[in-house]
Design a protein around this ligand. Structure first.
Ligand SMILES: [Zn+2]
Length: 260
């Protein structure tokens, strides 16, 4: 199994999962770079996985379907907004794609959008997560449709996955996310070394993904609402020393990031 990022727009990654010549793409916001990848590598598109309805994740579906009639999997709750879906999914569903020898479990991760789903797979014996715009390397998606509590619950589900799970999110936001993370936790040494590692990758114009759940647990402030320094930072930002619950801490950190 080969998992390759196809660059789209300014900072989107369309993940291409490939076994032999069979290719599955996740969140094809634009068809052109996918068709180019398939032509360049002699790949055959066999399925499309969708995490949520935003146009930079679904904009390429129709054109891809004109080239190959393949199943399109995506969230049942967003069916009205993604009219090209052929298989709708809810939490607990499994997706079998025999052509690439892959099986995924679906998790509901509403918050960025209400119906957002994530795909958890075991690919070549490796735990993998395709989480769209919910969990980012060093950050998380904006809460456009849900509540902070809902987003925090969704992120907590992802945080509970095996620590070696490889995290494939849909944007290259890592460097700016980590800049914010350092403002929250200036003394986090794992974060400091991650920032150095990411700087090397970006200087070489390389993706900073996949991340791992272990790395996110150590460095991502949105998964660390129970950490003393994050709690202090949330109380300082919100000028509210009575913030207590992890939901309240998370909401304050997310509000801070929105204006950072
Ligand atoms: Zn989005």
């Amino acid at each position: 199994m080969d998992i390759t990022p196809i660059h789209a727009f300014d900072d989107n990654y369309i993940w291409a999962l490939r076994k032999d010549d069979n290719v599955v793409v996740v969140d094809p916001g634009d068809a052109a770079p996918v068709l180019d990848y398939l032509a360049r590598t002699g790949g055959t598109l066999v399925a499309i996985l969708i995490t949520h309805h935003h146009s930079d994740h679904i904009g390429g579906i129709s054109t891809l379907l004109q080239h190959a009639s393949v199943p399109v999997f995506g969230p049942a709750a967003e069916r009205a907004k993604i009219t090209t879906l052929t298989r709708t999914l809810t939490e607990g569903d499994t997706v079998d794609i025999a052509e690439i020898d892959a099986q995924f479990r679906v998790i509901d991760v509403g918050g960025h959008t209400l119906g957002h789903i994530a795909y958890v797979g075991l690919l070549d014996g490796k735990n993998t997560l395709f989480c769209g715009d919910t969990l980012f390397a060093g950050g998380c998606g904006r809460i456009f449709e849900g509540t902070p509590e809902q987003m925090h619950a969704s992120l907590s589900k992802l945080a509970a996955l095996p620590s070696d799970t490889c995290v494939y999110c849909a944007h290259e936001y890592t460097q700016s996310n980590l800049k914010f993370a350092l403002a929250v936790e200036p003394n986090n040494s794992a974060l400091q070394s991650r920032i150095a590692d990411v700087a090397v990758l970006r200087a070489a114009n390389k993706p900073t993904l996949p991340s791992t759940i272990a790395l996110e647990l150590a460095t991502n402030p949105f998964l660390r609402a129970d950490s003393p320094d994050v709690i202090t930072a949330a109380r300082t930002f919100s000028k509210n020393t009575s913030l207590q619950t992890t939901d309240e801490i998370f909401a304050a950190i997310r509000a801070w990031k929105n204006i950072f």
